[in-house]
Design a protein around this ligand. Structure first.
Ligand code: SF4
Ligand code: F3S
Ligand code: FES
Length: 248
């Protein structure tokens, strides 16, 4: 990454892949903008500057501006990342932005990660399966949990469903039904949860296949690009070992 002294002002040249699939006249194209860099400017601020001062039709998503909601994922100079957590000073003067692949394009840099995540959640049944819960007896879910286990589950729950791991994964680009690191991370989370009554055989039915752990080719882009630095490769390896022992 290029670092610049705080005092050196730059004009950023930002190229953005523009396309609006709901407009039959729209053709994908790169459009260039220039933005005067400010101290501590993030890509999110630069994009807002463009939208407010140059092109109000530019589409991109944000909610929290703090790396929490996961809505501002995009391809930044060829790598997936969060616009709100990317400082322009850490980027070269020429910046190229594109929408995350593998998700339905809404327009420009805006993609429908929510639709993909819902489909994955339904495919993998990513919720606690517990008879007590189904009978609305929530006391069954309120048993104390070992702190170490709660911490382990909490660590996996730091996922913000931004989609960067999917955009960084070659398998996910080739297989529409691949659960990806985000899905396998969630399965590991429920596999660890003592309140979930599903057996290893039940989990095997869900991810013991090429859409799940056996589709992962250990490409490791997911872990490299995860903005929350989740230990995704270790989780997938753990899950694969469990699935292999369940199968044999
Ligand atoms: Fe984003 Fe990481 Fe969650 Fe993937 S695992 S969706 S990269 S936070
Ligand atoms: Fe994809 Fe990560 Fe596996 S990048 S192939 S899910 S290790
Ligand atoms: Fe919420 Fe970037 S705006 S993660």
């Amino acid at each position: 990454m290029n670092q610049i002294p705080a005092t050196e002002a730059r004009t950023l040249h930002i190229q953005i892949l523009r396309h609006n699939p709901s407009d039959p006249q729209s053709e994908p194209r790169l459009q260039s903008f220039e933005v005067e860099e400010a101290d501590t400017m993030t890509l999110f601020i630069a994009l807002n500057d463009i939208r407010e001062n140059q092109d109000p039709s530019l589409q991109f998503d944000f909610v929290c501006r703090a790396g929490i909601c996961g809505s501002c994922g995009m391809i930044i100079n060829g790598r997936p990342g969060l616009a709100c957590r990317t400082l322009t000073k850490d980027l070269p003067q020429h910046i190229t932005l594109a929408p995350l692949p593998a998700f339905e394009l809404i327009g420009d840099l805006s993609v429908d990660t929510g639709k993909w995540m819902r489909g994955m959640s339904e495919q993998l049944e990513t919720w606690v399966h517990n008879q007590g819960l189904e009978q609305t007896d929530i006391s069954a879910l309120e048993q104390p949990m070992e702190q170490a286990l709660a911490d382990e589950i909490y660590e996996l729950e730091r996922c913000i469903e931004c989609g960067c791991c999917i955009a960084a994964c070659g398998t996910a680009q080739m297989r529409e039904d691949f659960a990806g690191a985000v899905g396998l991370n969630q399965i590991t989370r429920f596999r660890l949860d003592p309140r979930d009554e599903r057996s290893d055989a039940d989990f095997y039915q869900l991810v013991g296949n090429d859409s799940g752990v056996f589709g992962c080719m250990t490409l490791l882009g997911c872990e490299d690009m995860c903005p929350k630095e989740l230990p995704l490769a270790a989780q997938i390896a753990f899950l694969r070992r469990r699935m292999v022992s369940t199968r044999s």
